[in-house]
Each structure stands twice: as structure tokens, then as C-alpha cells.
Design a protein around this ligand. Structure first.
Ligand SMILES: *[C@@H]1O[C@H](CO)[C@@H](O)[C@H](O)[C@H]1NC(C)=O
Ligand SMILES: *[C@@H]1O[C@H](CO)[C@@H](O)[C@H](O)[C@H]1NC(C)=O
Length: 276
């Protein structure tokens, strides 16, 4: 997985979402049929506009309240994980849910489903609380599961829970304990699977930056959107693939899909376009 972590020397990225655009690649990943599936219809014109943000939950601090607080109309939001710092939620009644999510993302444009995965920080708290339907009743936008598929007709989004892939989280959890209830370690490197099945885009958070990397041996594009609050602070460690863009700071990504085309943009704190 070294190809996808050009801006961090720390760990492999967690909280990963992959997109297979239907018109480009019809083959579904093998286990997809067993995952929970959510249907999401495209806009009336057949397109999808998506905002992706990660690594955000800091009670509005470090520009969290400003990032994404703009007027871009979207169909849904993807959260790439590390939703609540530092140690996830303590339970379904943890006030951090209100203080870092419901009360922060109040812009009209963000009143859409938030398809959300867990990051490593989320596993340091009560991981089952974040995926509990109780939170969906508190805020109906919150659709958080471990691994699932969003079928949006023109594209399939595979949300993959990658924190358990990082073996050092099992062997050396440092200061915190990880909540491994309901998960088992996995043994398969995922990058080869993505290439073998014609996945077009791989979105992740974890690294507190914005980044676009092109695979040098496949059409796969790696997209990091982890600038939702505190920015990561200066480590840049490119691997063998081509770094198209790197922004060591706050911001988010937007993605527009039609049946045949994908266009993306990285945005700074104020919504300004940094890279397309
Ligand atoms: C907030 O964003 C602005 C503009 O990018 C930046 O200058 C400032 O340092 C950020 N503040 C924090 C606390 O990260
Ligand atoms: C976390 O772990 C590191 C390395 O074991 C240690 O140096 C540090 O003091 C610990 N921090 C806390 C808050 O316990």
C-alpha cells in the first residue's frame, strides 16, 4: 500500500473509499454482494456531485467550521474517517457528536447523506457507537458503517474499513486501546485487487492533506482528502507513483460524475479551487 501514502511516513492510509464508474468498468469486486447496500439516485440530469472531507472532528477548531461551509450544491458527502478526535466517541450519547458534527456542518448545502467510514482514531473509542442506528436517529444524515456499497446507478462506491488492515494497530496500540469488536484481521493487500477489478478512483483520508497521485502502471487515481481540520504538518514522502498535486493544509475535495466522465477539484478552506 506504499503507493497511496505519498505524504505520510507514518502508516498506511485508513478509511478508504473506492469508486468504480459504471461506464468505465462494469466488474464489481467479488465480496460486494455480501456487503450492506445503499441506493442513491443521481440528480435529475443524471450526474452526481460529491464532496469528500476527512479527519475533521475537533469541535470546530483548526478551521473545521470553515472547511466545507460554502454553497456548493452536492448530492452527498463522503467522510473518509477520523471523524472524532482524539479517541472517537465514548458512546452514542457522547456530546462530541453534536459538537463536532451536527452543530458544525450546518450549511444548507451539507444537509445531505454523509456516507461515512471509521478511521483509526474512531477505533480508539466506542467504534460500535459510531455505526449504531441510534446516531442516525439523532441526525439522519449520518450513515456510518464499517464496509458497505453505495449504488448510485452511474457509479458504485465501495466503502472499505481499512483500519483493521494496519497490523501495527493490533500489535502496538500505543496509548489507546482499539475497539476491535466485530472485526477480524485481513490478509490481502488491497491495491492489487483495485487494479485487477478496474477501479477508477481510490479516496482516502488519514493523512492531513489534500493529494492526487496517478498510478504509473494502471488507470487508478489515488485521492487523499484529509484536510477537514488540523493540518498534518510538513511530512512529504512520495512513493513510486506520480504525484499530481499535494497541499499540506486544510480543505476538501469535490467530485462530479456523469455516466462517462469524472472531474474532480481540490478546494482550500474558503472553497477556492487549488487543483483540478
Ligand atoms: C485557517 O485557514 C487559514 C487559511 O487557509 C490559515 O491561514 C490559518 O492558519 C488556518 N488556521 C488554523 C488554526 O489552522
Ligand atoms: C504514548 O506512548 C508513547 C510511546 O510509548 C509515550 O512516549 C507517551 O508518553 C505516551 N503518551 C501518553 C499520553 O501516555
Amino acid at each position: 500500500m506504499s503507493t497511496v501514502r505519498a505524504c505520510s511516513s507514518a502508516v498506511a492510509p485508513v478509511a478508504l473509499i473506492v469508486v468504480t464508474i459504471a461506464a468505465f468498468a462494469g466488474a464489481a469486486l467479488p465480496a460486494a454482494a455480501e456487503l450492506p447496500r445503499v441506493e442513491h439516485s443521481p440528480s435529475a440530469d443524471g450526474s452526481l456531485t460529491i464532496l469528500a472531507v476527512g479527519d475533521w472532528g475537533r469541535r470546530g477548531e483548526f478551521n473545521q467550521s470553515r472547511v466545507t461551509a460554502q454553497k456548493m450544491g452536492v448530492d452527498f458527502v463522503i467522510s473518509t474517517g477520523d471523524n472524532f478526535y482524539d479517541d472517537g466517541l465514548t458512546g452514542v450519547d457522547d456530546k462530541a457528536f453534536e459538537e463536532s458534527f451536527t452543530g458544525i456542518y450546518t450549511a444548507k448545502s451539507l444537509q445531505k447523506p454523509w456516507y461515512t467510514v471509521l478511521g483509526n482514531h474512531d477505533y480508539r473509542g466506542d467504534a460500535l457507537a459510531q455505526i449504531s442506528p441510534v446516531l442516525r436517529r439523532v441526525d439522519s444524515r449520518w450513515i456510518c458503517m464499517k464496509s458497505f456499497v453505495v449504488d448510485a446507478e452511474i457509479a458504485d462506491f465501495f466503502f472499505v474499513d481499512t483500519t483493521p488492515f494496519v497490523l501495527k494497530y493490533w500489535t502496538n496500540p500505543k496509548n489507546s486501546t482499539y475497539d476491535w469488536r466485530g472485526v477480524a484481521p485481513r490478509e490481502t493487500y488491497i491495491t492489487n485487487l483495485l487494479k485487477a477489478h478496474g477501479v477508477d478512483l481510490y479516496l482516502n483520508g488519514h493523512d492531513h492533506c489534500l493529494e492526487h497521485i496517478s498510478s504509473t502502471d494502471s488507470p487508478l487515481q489515488y485521492l487523499t482528502s484529509g484536510g477537514g481540520s488540523k493540518s498534518w504538518g510538513g511530512v512529504y514522502a512520495p512513493g513510486g507513483d506520480k504525484v499530481e498535486f499535494f497541499h499540506d493544509g486544510q480543505g476538501f475535495m469535490s467530485l462530479r460524475l456523469t455516466g462517462t466522465e469524472a472531474s474532480l477539484a481540490f478546494h482550500g478552506v474558503a472553497g477556492d479551487v487549488l487543483h483540478i
